[in-house]
Design a protein around this ligand. Structure first.
Ligand SMILES: [Zn+2]
Length: 414
């Protein structure tokens, strides 16, 4: 059944300072001010953070990520569909972006086999043989009901030769077109549950018969946005070509993929410099998987609008805090009796209440609260930094903000 198609997202640049842009990304689930940092919610949870906290004034995350690969394998699309989509399943009304699963499957290394059709791999959960393709990825992401869907791409290794990177770029371009076609069909008709292993309850013949989704909330059809991904490893000419071919297909936003996978920082900035300002100015620009606080600031200065990274959450679980004066390891004996907060200029509820001494104690005794509090502070620091970035762009002070922020970060001593 055809449904009324609403414009999935709109993007408006409201201020610019040099190449840095402040914008508004409007989705059906609210307004997202850019530049924005998106906390990563791999398996339907931003690890260690309650959704109330994500919505609180401290964090106020307007959009989080979900990982298609992990959710597809566990709990599986059938479960999430039965629970009426990822938003309702996890209890989150704000915007969600899902990746395509391509990067996770690519990261499996020897456990996967790439062909023109897609990627065959063994599930890390139960060892079963699975197959992910542009079509399957689009169907899974449609069933999840995310607000922003990513195309299924192939990520070339950072050190790929020109020939290898070209082959990967060509495959990514063909997969981008197949993603676009399948996505458009799904937006018109609704997900086809047959090919992602979902069957009608009365169908005993297995997953071969195409079935429409049992439920389709109004907001699900015709309201997802699709972002394209630029690849090409470290080769600038290929990056440029990948961008041209991606823009030719046409997407609601554009991402730079395949960076922050172990390459030198100079390589990353070389690629961003080559690509970002050539990206369509009227669409959001997303640098995938990046990065540290200084990376975010430097990328904003190059015209990037969106980021995601596991650093604040992952490092929070291992006892590392990000602060305005650089990283702080709570394990260090020097904090044993230190009454100061993690970051004296942080306004978050953890810094308002707890000392380094207490956080160190929690971490040393293996208390789960250590990870919870550090993760909260780290996310607050990242999200507040982006708030200040946006403010400085709007007031024309971004260059000063950038200089002072980087200086303070590298000033030694906590
Ligand atoms: Zn704090």
């Amino acid at each position: 059944m055809l449904k009324q198609t609403k414009s999935p997202v709109s993007f408006e640049v409201i201020a610019q300072d040099g190449q840095a842009r402040a914008g508004i990304l409007s989705t059906r689930r609210g307004i997202i001010k850019t530049p924005v940092f998106m906390p990563v919610g791999t398996a339907g949870t931003v690890k260690g953070v309650r959704f109330e906290e994500l919505e609180s004034k401290d964090l106020d995350a307007r959009i989080i990520l979900g990982n298609t690969y992990h959710l597809w394998l566990r709990p599986g699309v059938e479960t999430i569909s039965a629970c009426e989509g990822l938003h309702r399943f996890i209890g989150w009304d704000r915007a969600l972006l899902t990746d395509s699963g391509g990067f996770q499957v690519w990261s499996l290394g020897a456990l996967r086999k790439i062909s023109e059709e897609g990627i065959e791999f063994r599930s890390h959960v139960d060892g079963s043989l699975r197959f992910l393709s542009p079509e399957v990825s689009m169907e899974v992401q449609a069933a999840l009901g995310s607000d922003i869907v990513m195309v299924f791409d192939e990520c070339a290794p950072g050190k790929a030769t020109h020939d290898e990177a070209r082959a990967s770029l060509e495959l990514t371009a063909r997969w981008a077109k197949r993603s676009r076609d399948k996505f458009d069909q799904l937006q018109r008709e609704g997900p086809d549950m047959g090919s992602i292993g979902l069957t009608h309850p009365e169908d005993t013949r297995g997953g071969t018969v195409a079935r429409r989704m049992p439920f389709l909330p109004d907001e699900l059809t015709g309201a997802q946005a699709l972002f394209g991904i630029v690849q090409g490893a470290a080769h600038r000419d290929l990056r440029r070509e990948s961008l041209e071919r991606t823009v030719e297909i046409g997407f609601d936003g554009y991402a730079i993929g395949g960076l922050s996978v172990g390459e030198e920082k100079s390589v990353m900035w070389g690629v961003v410099d080559e690509v970002s300002l050539r990206m369509p100015p009227d669409r959001p620009r997303y640098l995938m998987g990046v990065g540290t606080p200084e990376d975010l600031i430097e990328a904003v200065a190059r015209g990037i609008d969106m980021f995601d990274c596991v650093l604040p959450t992952r490092n929070g679980r291992t006892g590392q805090a990000f602060t305005s004066r650089g990283k702080l390891n709570v394990k260090n004996a020097q904090w044993k009796e230190d009454q100061r907060p993690l970051d004296e200029s942080c306004q978050c509820s953890v810094c308002q209440r707890h000392s380094r001494a207490y956080l160190r104690h929690l971490h040393q005794t293996g208390e789960m609260l250590a990870a919870i509090l550090l993760t909260h502070h780290n996310l607050a620091f990242f999200l507040d930094t982006m708030r200040r970035v946006r403010q400085s762009i709007r007031s024309g002070d971004f260059p000063k903000f950038r200089r002072e922020f980087i200086e303070r970060l590298s000033s030694s001593g906590q």
